[in-house]
Design a protein around this ligand. Structure first.
Ligand code: GLC
Length: 717
């Protein structure tokens, strides 16, 4: 297929049509009848609809084949549609939400999960997924933190890379792969006050060092599409922001893929007050480098007149159309417009056993043990348990952005714990701890209370910001109830965002289970009975109170830091709360006890051509085998700009058998010590750096090394 020749054969309307994306119903309902007013509202007509280039959100192979067949019959040029949808953490087999998967510190699991999602989606007629979300956020009020991989740029970049490699495989034309679309470019996670669609006001040091690196990792990993964010950057909406879409993306990063808007975000440039109307929005979008307009019609209604007024912009249109057609060619659509969609194969592939088994394995590494006093976990099968709380009978473990999945196919925790031989003598889901006398009598007979608390899947995700991050609906009352009964408690947390857990910290054990997907309760039960040792580590800081937000580990020191044990009121602190989080980034317990010792660095002074070897001993002083994730951070003690008090630069997840010891080593080079200046140029500064190693970002051991000026040379940008 010669794409340039194909473009030359297209009319201008047909070129513009390739940049239009519509929902499936536009193509198959009886177009002579108004469809919910959409066709009218979007100033569309049948001709424009059958010139569209892509479809948003189809559900299965049958629907895709029906739409494609109708489209190819009606369209003049016979260029197949491309079908796109949000396959964020599962199609029919649902994996843990990305925030949970990131706690595994195991990008290979995300790669495997993405491979399975690609196979299930492709056979069901989807060729592009709007995933991974690579947004960094420091704000648990923002509901979309559930879709990302946490607050750290380095860790999120590792997971973003793995995700893209998993979705895209080795050849996009194969039926086991789909194109990935990294989102939301850029800095959507910096939405002020944690409210969706809100302003993001960021200086360029933070932009280059915190928010852009994860999208850069996606581009370097070969991502095929990139979605623009709803927010502004430098007070210009990202969807029409030339600095982002041309200067950074095309000129600096040499990105050759497609740029797609978010839902209606081109039209929303009017609401931002940066375009008077859709015609101006369309002009700004094409000029900035936006290719596909998702579910709004500024392009299809105005680009022809704009190009008539500005003929030189035809080349921008041709470039945009070229990128869309190149993607269709890479996906094999010109050879097979159905791209592997097959209703019969679909039934054999989706939710096949090995997919669900992988979902269970990922889930087991995606939960975090936050407290375990008196080793209440693993459960003692000689004891009896009462399972209460609003989520104690739930099957809704798929979480947000799992619309193609079905919670009804999941098992309850009672079913899976009972199957593991745990004696559950009472189980009732109630929003508040109100029970009959008879029920209380039964509960009293149990040795330990299992309490399932949290929020449902509609309380995080898109457009679900919260100003209060305590447990909702007074669920803390279950702690009071347990105290009145003088019962020990094990609390399970179902959620999408970090909570303020201060009022339930009297619980004896606390297992953070997020939304773990199709095999959530199998994984939780196996972990609770000790068949699996929990190994997750938090990838977002858990505040003590919403008043501390934004709170994150890689903050600056300030000129008056609150120093421990130094009484001085004129420093950066609160009168009514301390500065420390409830749980720090990287925190997570195990049934095992890991002891860190003997931090060794092979050279204290080194030059730019040398590597530094850092090693530390870890002893497993317990009867449990288990994974431990060792984290290595650095601190640049003096720079042209103030530098974070620590930055994650490496991690290793290692299996250490009971009563065994391992020496874990890392190799650092000058590349690990660079950062970006305000113009986005990579900088390296000789001087002292702290090397910081530990099981989390708080309980660490440090040593100082010095990068000397000898052999110092400029670094490649
Ligand atoms: C939504 C989301 C985006 C999603 C898109 C298509 O508004 O912001 O993440 O991919 O629309 O559903």
């Amino acid at each position: 297929m010669n794409i340039k020749k194909l473009i030359d054969d297209l009319t201008i309307d047909e070129k513009i049509g390739q940049l239009l994306q519509l929902a499936p119903f536009f193509f198959v309902e009886d177009l002579d009848v108004e469809i919910f007013g959409h066709v009218q509202a979007l100033h569309l007509n049948k001709e424009k609809i059958f010139q569209a280039g892509s479809v948003l959100g189809n559900n299965n192979a049958t629907e895709m084949i029906k739409v494609q067949k109708r489209y190819l019959k009606e369209s003049r040029h016979k260029i197949p549609l491309i079908f796109m949808a949000d396959i964020v953490h599962g199609f029919k087999t649902i994996f843990p939400v990305p925030l949970a998967m990131s706690t595994s510190f195991n990008p290979r699991l995300v790669y495997e999960a993405a491979r399975i999602q690609a196979k299930e989606a492709r056979v069901s007629g989807i060729q592009v997924t709007f995933s991974p979300m690579a947004d960094i956020s420091h704000d648990p009020r923002w509901g979309r933190v559930v879709e990302g991989f946490g607050e750290d740029p380095y860790l999120t970049s590792e997971f973003t890379r793995a995700s893209i490699k998993g979705y895209q495989g080795v050849d996009l034309s194969l039926h086991d792969s789909i194109a990935a679309c990294v989102k939301h470019f850029a800095a959507y996670g910096a939405s002020e006050s944690g409210r969706d669609y809100n302003t993001a006001d960021i200086n360029h040091i933070s932009l280059y060092n915190i928010y852009l690196p994860t999208y850069k990792a996606a581009v370097d990993a070969g991502v095929k599409l990139l979605m623009t964010a709803f927010n502004t950057v430098d007070h210009i909406p990202a969807t029409v922001n030339e600095f982002l879409l041309r200067d950074i993306l095309r000129k600096q990063w040499h990105y050759k893929g497609v740029v797609i808007s978010d839902y209606d975000s081109l039209h929303q440039v009017i609401k931002h007050g940066v375009a008077k109307n859709d015609e101006e929005a369309a002009y700004l979008g094409l000029k900035a480098g936006l290719d596909i307009e998702m579910q709004s019609t500024a392009y299809v209604n105005y680009l022809e007149s704009i190009i008539n007024k500005h003929p030189d912009m035809m080349k921008l249109l041709d470039q945009a159309v070229y990128r869309v057609l190149k993607l269709k060619k890479e996906l094999g659509l010109f050879k097979d417009p159905y791209a592997g969609a097959d209703p019969v194969k679909e039934q054999a592939i989706i939710r096949q056993k090995n997919h669900l088994d992988m979902a269970e394995q990922v889930a087991m590494e995606s939960m975090v043990l936050l407290k375990n006093n008196n080793h209440l976990l693993p459960l003692d099968k000689q004891l009896t348990y009462a399972l209460i709380g609003p989520y104690s009978e739930t099957k809704r473990t798929n979480g947000p952005w799992a619309g193609h999945g079905d919670n009804a196919l999941n098992h309850t925790l009672n079913e899976t714990l009972s199957k593991e031989g745990v004696q559950i003598i009472f189980n009732k889901a109630t929003e508040t701890p109100v029970f009959s006398q008879a029920e209380i009598k039964q509960i009293k007979m149990a040795d330990i209370l299992l309490i399932a608390l949290g929020e449902n899947e509609y309380e995080s995700g898109e457009a679900h910001a919260k100003a209060h991050i305590k447990l909702p609906r007074n669920q803390e009352k279950f702690m009071t109830f347990a105290k009145q009964l003088k019962k020990k408690t094990i609390t399970l947390l179902y959620h999408g965002r970090p909570f303020d857990l201060t009022n339930i910290m009297d619980t004896d054990a606390l297992l953070d289970v997020y939304y773990l997907g199709s095999r959530a309760h199998e994984a939780i039960a196996k972990t609770m009975v000790g068949k699996h040792n929990p190994s997750g580590k938090l990838t977002m800081t858990y505040p003590k109170t919403a008043g501390q937000i934004p709170i994150y580990y890689n903050h600056l020191n300030t000129g008056r830091p609150k120093e421990p044990d130094i009484m001085n009121e004129y420093v950066s602190f609160y009168l009514d709360e301390d500065n420390e989080p409830l749980f720090p980034f990287g925190f997570g317990l195990s049934y095992a006890t890991f002891e860190y010792s003997n931090l060794v660095i092979d050279k204290i002074k080194f030059n730019q051509n040398e590597a530094v070897c850092v090693s530390i001993d870890i002893a497993n002083n317990s009867n449990y085998d288990g994974y431990e994730t060792v984290q290595l951070y650095i601190r640049d003690l003096v720079g042209l700009y103030a530098r974070p008090v620590k930055e994650l630069k490496a991690f290793k997840k290692v299996w250490i058998a009971a009563h065994h010891k391992q020496t874990i080593s890392f190799e650092l080079t000058y590349k690990d010590l660079t950062y970006y200046d305000i113009k986005g140029n990579r900088r390296l500064e000789p001087g002292e750096f702290q090397i910081i190693v530990g099981p989390n970002s708080r309980d660490t051991q440090t040593m100082i090394i010095e990068l000397i000026k000898e052999n110092f040379h400029d670094i490649k940008q």
